[in-house]
Design a protein around this ligand. Structure first.
Ligand code: C2O
Ligand code: CU
Length: 505
C-alpha cells in the first residue's frame, strides 16, 4: 500500500495503541491512505503533543489525535455505531466536535454547552449512530482557533454502501500553518534542518492569540498543507488508467482555497456530505473551498501521466498546497504547476440539475431570522458581530421541534469572508444576493459569505438540543461571531462545571 510516495508518512504513528478492543489501522480497498475503519468496536483517540515535519526542513510542535496531523481518517458504514474514547494527554482541556454530522446534541462536543471540556488525564466517550453518509470531519471545539491551528482535526467518512463504487477514494484535508510559530524571525534558521535547541514553550500560540489584535493577519500563515504536509512532502495520489477516482476535499484552515484539478474533467458529486443532483462536467475551473466546507469530486483516470491537484491564488504559500496524481507505470512528471493563473470558480448556486426541493422562498416559515454579520471596532479591539453583538451576548435563535426556519445572512464586513456553520442540521440554500438558486438543491452545513453577499437559507428544526451557529474562521468566532440555535422545549441534564475552563468557541 505504500508503493509510490506516501511522502515520509510514518504509518507506525497511526497505530491506535494496540489495545485489543480497538480496530487498528486498516486499509479500505479504495484508499491508499491509512484509514481506520470503525467496526462498531470502540476506538481510542489520544489527544497528544507531538512534532511534525510540515514542510521540508520545517518541524513544528503540533497537537494531534494519535500522534499525527491530521488524526486518523475514520471510516464507518452508514447505520453503524461510532464509539470513540477520547483520552486527553494534552496540558489543556480538549473536546471533539463531529463537524456536519447530524447527531444527538449531547455528542456534539461543545465545552460548556453539551459537555465539560475533557481535562488533562481524563477521557470522554462519543457514541452515536452514523445515519447520513458523506464526508465530514472531526476537530476539537475547545479554544478552537488555537487548537485547530495546532492540528487537532481529522477526516470522518460515513460510507454509503450503494454510492461507494469507486476504485480510489482519497481524502485531502487543507490547512495553513505559521512556519515560525511566534518566535522572532532571527531565532529561526529556516534552512536548518534540525529544529534542535528550539524552545517550544516560546511557540505557545494561545499566548499569541491573547496578545495579538484579533483582526488577524492571515499573512502569518505562510505554509499551506494537504494532510499536514507541504510541497514535496505531500503524498502522491496513485491511480491506474481506467479507474474511477474520488477525492474528498475538506478545509480545516481559516482561509479559502481555490482547488484546480489538472488533466481531467470531473464532477462535484457532493458538498458538505450531501449529494449534488446530476452534477455536470467541470473543466478548467477551480472549486472555492471555504473553512469548514467539504467537496467530493469524481473523475475517470483516462489521461495517463502525472497531474497536479493544486491551490490557485496570489499567495506565495499556494505553492505548497499541491498533490501529484500519478498513473501507474509513469515515473516522469510532465505537468506544470500554474497556480498563479486566475480561473473561473464553479458557481454552486447554478450547478447540477433541478430536483426535489424541501423548501422554497415563497412558503411560510415558523421563524424568519436575519443575521447581519460585521467587523467592528469595540474598545479598540476588532470584533466580529452578529446583529451588532458578540458571543455570548448575541441573541439566540429560539425554536421548537418541528419549526421551519428561514435565515437571511448578510455580510457587511468590508474585507472578511464569513463561512457560517450550523451544528446538527443541514440547511437548504434558497437564494444568493436576492436571486433564487437554480441548479441542484443546495444542502449545506457551512456556507461562505464574501463581503457584501446576502444568502437566504432554510431548515427544519428536527434535532433537539442547544446548537452552535458560528463563523468557521475560528479567529472570528473567538472574537464574537457565534450564536446559538436553542430548542426551547429541550431539556438536558448537563450542568457546566465552572472549573472546567470551558471555551465553547
Ligand atoms: Cu467545525 Cu462549530 O465547528
Ligand atoms: Cu467570519
Amino acid at each position: 500500500m505504500n508503493s509510490g510516495g506516501m511522502g515520509g508518512m510514518d504509518h507506525s504513528k497511526m497505530n491506535m495503541g494496540g489495545n485489543k478492543e480497538e480496530s487498528t489501522s486498516e486499509n479500505t480497498k479504495t484508499s491508499e491512505l491509512s484509514a481506520t475503519v470503525l467496526t462498531g468496536k470502540s476506538l481510542t483517540l489520544k489527544a497528544q503533543v507531538s512534532n511534525q515535519e510540515i514542510a521540508p526542513g520545517v518541524t513544528l510542535p503540533v497537537w494531534t489525535f494519535n500522534n499525527s496531523v491530521p488524526g486518523p481518517e475514520l471510516r464507518i458504514k452508514q447505520g453503524e455505531m461510532v464509539n470513540i474514547n477520547l483520552v486527553n494527554e494534552l496540558p489543556d482541556p480538549v473536546s471533539i466536535h463531529w463537524h456536519g454530522v447530524p447527531l444527538p446534541n449531547d455528542m456534539d462536543g461543545i465545552p460548556g454547552v453539551t459537555q465539560n471540556a475533557v481535562q488533562p488525564g481524563e477521557s470522554f466517550v462519543y457514541k452515536f449512530k452514523a445515519d447520513v453518509p458523506g464526508t465530514y470531519w472531526y476537530h476539537s471545539h475547545q479554544d478552537s482557533a488555537n487548537q485547530l491551528d495546532r492540528g487537532l482535526y481529522g477526516s470522518f467518512i460515513v460510507e454509503d454502501s450503494e454510492n461507494e463504487k469507486v476504485d480510489r477514494d482519497y481524502s485531502l484535508i487543507l490547512d495553513e500553518w505559521n512556519s515560525k510559530g511566534t518566535m522572532d524571525m532571527d531565532e529561526v534558521n529556516m534552512s536548518d534542518n534540525s529544529m534542535e535547541g528550539m524552545d517550544h514553550s516560546q511557540m505557545n500560540m494561545s499566548e499569541e492569540s491573547n496578545t495579538m489584535d484579533m483582526k488577524h493577519d492571515m499573512s502569518m500563515y505562510d505554509l499551506f498543507t494537504i494532510n499536514g504536509k507541504s510541497s514535496s512532502l505531500v503524498s502522491n495520489l496513485n491511480v491506474k488508467e481506467g479507474e474511477k477516482v474520488r477525492i474528498r476535499l475538506t478545509n480545516a484552515g481559516f482561509i479559502s482555497h481555490q482547488i484546480h484539478l489538472h488533466g481531467h474533467e470531473f464532477r462535484i458529486t457532493a458538498t458538505d456530505g450531501q449529494p449534488v443532483n446530476k452534477p455536470g462536467i467541470v473543466k478548467e475551473s477551480v472549486i472555492a473551498i471555504a473553512p469548514g466546507e467539504r467537496y467530493d469530486i469524481e473523475f475517470e483516470a483516462n489521461n495517463p501521466g502525472q497531474w497536479y491537484i493544486e491551490d490557485h491564488g496570489d499567495n506565495a504559500a499556494v505553492k505548497g498546497m499541491k498533490a501529484l496524481i500519478t498513473y501507474e507505470g509513469i515515473s516522469e512528471n510532465s505537468d506544470k504547476a500554474n497556480d498563479l493563473e486566475a480561473l473561473p470558480v464553479v458557481d454552486m448556486t447554478q450547478y447540477g440539475e433541478n430536483g426535489q426541493r424541501t423548501f422554497s422562498l415563497e412558503q411560510k416559515y415558523t421563524l424568519d431570522y436575519t443575521m447581519n454579520l460585521n467587523t467592528e471596532l469595540k474598545n479598540n479591539k476588532t470584533v466580529y458581530t452578529i446583529n451588532g453583538a458578540t458571543f455570548p451576548e448575541t441573541e439566540a435563535i429560539k425554536v421548537k421541534k418541528g419549526d421551519t426556519v428561514k435565515v437571511k445572512m448578510i455580510n457587511n464586513s468590508k474585507s472578511d469572508d464569513h463561512p457560517m456553520h450550523l451544528h446538527g442540521h443541514f440547511f437548504q440554500v434558497l437564494s444568493k444576493n436576492g436571486k433564487a438558486i437554480t441548479g441542484a438543491p443546495l444542502m449545506k452545513d457551512t456556507l461562505n459569505l464574501k463581503p457584501g453577499e446576502e444568502y437566504v437559507v432554510a431548515f427544519k428544526a428536527d434535532n433537539e438540543g442547544n446548537w452552535m451557529f458560528h463563523c468557521h474562521d475560528l479567529h472570528h468566532a473567538a472574537s464574537g461571531m457565534v450564536t446559538q440555535l436553542l430548542y426551547t422545549d429541550y431539556k438536558t441534564d448537563f450542568v457546566p462545571d465552572p472549573k472546567a475552563g470551558n471555551k465553547p468557541e
